[in-house]
Write a protein that binds this ligand. Structure first.
Ligand code: UDP
Ligand code: MG
Length: 322
């Protein structure tokens, strides 16, 4: 039976980390946008261990609209992607939309995402028009996009933008991934059959600073790399192969030179080059060995770390509490 493309129930998932400055505006604008969609909806905010008033603001909104605004409080800061995963574990809708709390992507784009998903797309990505980020961030994104395209084989132009829509089955699949370090847009795409990208507006951060320090960003890039590929480990193997091959060529050259043009030892420098050739070969072999061990370690690492990805302390707003 062919599944219908019609979307009846929309879930919006927003990770929130110290966003008290813009949270109320986010809630108002998102609810307004969702009210305008004429569909059942739930708006799930995940508090990623905020130290400010964010959790209170969220709970207040849940109190006002129980069953529609859900506050999901994590016990500490787990990072944006884990927070979104926690939100995913709570969704009930047919289509799940992720959004940043800082209003860089306007919630008013939600109807466009729904429309694009109803055209039969499993994942709807977005391209940020006239992106309002620093040059460094844009440059980093370029590299990330290239890696992600290689890893997933799905050509998307903008992996960094978190304003996205996923069909429910994609979210269910993502929840079954037990890996700790995730990069959701890439993971989502790896399960999608049809994807599309639509242009969306992009604004400056409404209030506060980016929650990503340079260090956290670098970490995120490593997550992206390691969550999808074992390529870095293979690079060592390839490099080793290359070094060993060079050593081999050099040794052949030395032998040939020695026997064909016997010009004494003036060129050979008393065996130094022979030593080089032997060393290259052995270093290469060692690298190949380390690369091989790395392959196994990578697999062991993935299997062994069966820790829970997050721990939800409280789920608020289902309408059961007083
Ligand atoms: N965020 C989070 N946990 C973190 C860092 C960020 O939940 O540890 C949330 C944050 O509240 C925001 C989103 O992730 O909703 C994106 O963060 P930010 O806007 O700071 O990132 P940028 O736009 O600079 O990529
Ligand atoms: Mg932002």
């Amino acid at each position: 039976m062919k599944k219908s493309n019609k979307i009846e129930f929309v879930s919006v998932v927003v990770p929130v980390y110290n966003e008290e400055g813009c949270l109320q505006e986010l809630i108002d604008r998102t609810l307004a946008a969702l009210d305008g969609c004429n569909r059942r909806f739930e708006f799930i905010m995940v508090d990623d261990g905020s130290r400010d008033n964010s959790a209170e603001i969220m709970k207040e909104a849940s109190r006002k609209r129980p069953g529609e605004v859900i506050s999901c409080i994590l016990n500490r800061n787990y990072g944006q992607h884990s927070a979104i995963m926690a939100g995913f574990s709570q969704v009930r809708g047919d289509l799940v939309i992720t959004l940043d709390a800082d209003l860089q992507n306007p919630p008013e784009e939600i109807p466009n995402l729904i429309a694009a998903a109803e055209e039969g797309n499993d994942v709807v990505g977005t391209i940020r028009q006239n992106r309002k980020d620093t040059f460094f961030r844009r440059f980093a994104s370029k590299i990330v996009n290239k890696v992600a395209q290689k890893a997933t084989g799905v050509k998307m132009r903008d992996y960094g933008c978190m304003l996205r829509a996923y069909r429910r089955h994609i979210v269910d699949a993502m929840l079954q991934c037990n890996e700790r370090s995730t990069f959701i847009p890439v993971l989502g795409n790896s399960f999608a059959r049809n994807t599309c990208e639509i242009p969306v507006r992009h604004n400056e951060r409404a209030v506060g600073d980016s929650k990503y320090s340079l260090w956290k960003l670098i970490n995120l890039q490593f997550n992206l790399l390691t969550c999808m590929t074992t390529m870095p480990l293979r690079i060592l193997t390839y490099f080793g192969l290359f070094a060993a091959f060079c050593g081999y060529l050099l040794s052949v050259y030395i032998v040939v030179r020695r026997f064909l043009w016997d010009d004494g030892d003036s060129w050979g420098q008393g065996g130094v080059f022979t030593l080089f050739a032997v060393m290259f070969i052995f270093t290469g072999i060692q690298m190949i060995g380390i690369g091989m061990i790395g392959e196994y370690i990578g697999r062991i690492y993935n299997d062994v770390r069966a820790r829970p990805r997050y721990f939800i302390e409280e789920v608020f707003g289902r309408g059961e509490e007083k």
